[in-house]
Design a protein around this ligand. Structure first.
Ligand code: SF4
Length: 377
């Protein structure tokens, strides 16, 4: 296979991994296919701007048997691997000819974790040291990588990710029979958090992770508790969710078994969307995980967004006075986001008295949600 054919296969295979700044599936809809069949992704750069990123695997071969993964060992699928030089040279070619600004590099496990990390690091070091590339590189940490390999990765990457995949030891074990939850996931994520902490040598490097939703019998409550720990104690930059894509996993996986399918494919996508809404509530709206309403089975409602659900259960907090409420109180109002709330606060500081809904935002369905929760005292 020539380099371009390998890249076409491996770049397409990388779409299963969302744990990078190229965002959610909604953003994937905006990925562009080049005339030679490569996928380029929109990316939010750490500098605040946007650009396009080349996203690929080093190889889609793997020695592991993660039961949900289309690249697990023994599955019949075309396999190939890039050499580190091929990754670096092709990236620089795309940079010159298409203005690509960043690289996302992941991989299946070739031989063992450190061997794979060595090859990924060789590609990034060629970019950094031979080609003088100083831009954005997101590097996947291979589960089982040594502490030294992780330290090495942090010295060349702008961001790293190691996917949790499941929120508890038991749901993880149901998905990944070859991996040890503590040794392969929890320990390296903690180590990265320490090494990138304030004042540390790798302080500028971001860490993200991803959960597969609906492959094991994990509960949303378990995911909320994991998110709380990851954002709180481990200072995770972002958490991504990927609804399990049925048909790619082992027949015995709970997500594949018809009798265990609690949710249809469409409902799984709605569940993924609800988890992203919760993620925003935790990161941007001041909510704690314990405040997010779940049902008796520990699941989020699919029919109502989590902020509206919380508001419906807390009538004592409403209506909120637009002209007097704190930022935190306003952020709890369904239909009001941080941008609108900051505009309200700025208008009040400037001495403006707000008298009707139209004074605080453009009329529309989202703003209408807020009407019943506000008063204009
Ligand atoms: S280690 Fe990664 S590539 Fe390999 S089977 Fe597991 S999830 Fe798939």
């Amino acid at each position: 296979m020539d380099t371009l054919s390998k890249l076409q296969l491996l770049a397409d295979a990388s779409r299963y991994d969302l744990a990078c700044a190229c965002g959610t599936k909604a953003n994937d809809d905006h990925r562009q296919r080049t005339p030679d069949g490569m996928w380029l992704y929109p990316v939010q750069l750490p500098s605040g701007g946007t650009g396009i990123m080349l996203k690929t695997l080093l190889t889609n071969s793997c020695v592991n048997h993660c039961r949900y993964c289309p690249f697990r060992a023994g599955r019949d699928a075309p396999r190939c691997a890039l050499e580190p030089e091929e990754v670096a040279d092709t990236f620089m070619h795309f940079r010159r000819t298409r203005g690509v600004m960043g690289l996302f590099l992941s991989s299946g496990v070739q031989r063992d974790a450190d061997h794979t990390m060595d090859r990924m690091l060789a590609a990034v070091k060629l970019l950094r040291h031979k080609h003088g590339f100083r831009g954005y590189v997101h590097l996947k940490i291979i589960p089982g990588a040594s502490d030294a390999a992780i330290d090495d990765a942090l010295s060349v990457a702008s961001a790293v990710s190691l996917n949790f995949e499941a929120p508890t030891r038991s749901s993880f074990n149901a998905l990944c029979p070859d991996k040890d939850y503590e040794r392969h996931i929890v320990h390296p994520v903690r180590l990265i958090s320490q090494l990138t902490g304030p004042g540390m040598r790798h302080a500028g490097v971001k860490q993200t992770t991803q959960f597969v939703v609906g492959a094991a019998e994990e509960r949303d409550l378990d995911l909320l508790e994991a998110m709380s720990r990851l954002y709180g104690r481990l200072r995770m930059s972002r958490i991504y969710f990927s609804a399990y894509q049925r048909g790619t996993g082992e027949a015995g996986l709970p997500g594949e078994a018809p009798e265990k399918r609690a949710q249809s494919d469409g409902e799984l996508l709605t569940r993924e969307h609800r988890l992203y809404q919760v993620d925003f509530l935790l990161r941007k709206y001041g909510f704690q995980a314990g405040e997010i309403p779940v049902d008796g089975r520990g699941m989020l409602s699919l029919s109502i967004d989590p902020k509206e659900h919380w508001a419906s259960l807390h009538p004592e907090c409403f209506p909120v006075d637009v002209n007097a409420a704190s930022r935190d109180e306003l952020l709890r109002v369904p239909g009001l986001g941080p941008v609108t709330v900051d505009r309200v606060i700025a208008a009040r500081r400037a001495g403006t008295r707000l008298g009707r809904l139209e004074d605080i935002g453009r009329p529309g369905k989202i703003m209408e949600k807020a009407r019943g929760f506000l008063r204009f005292g």
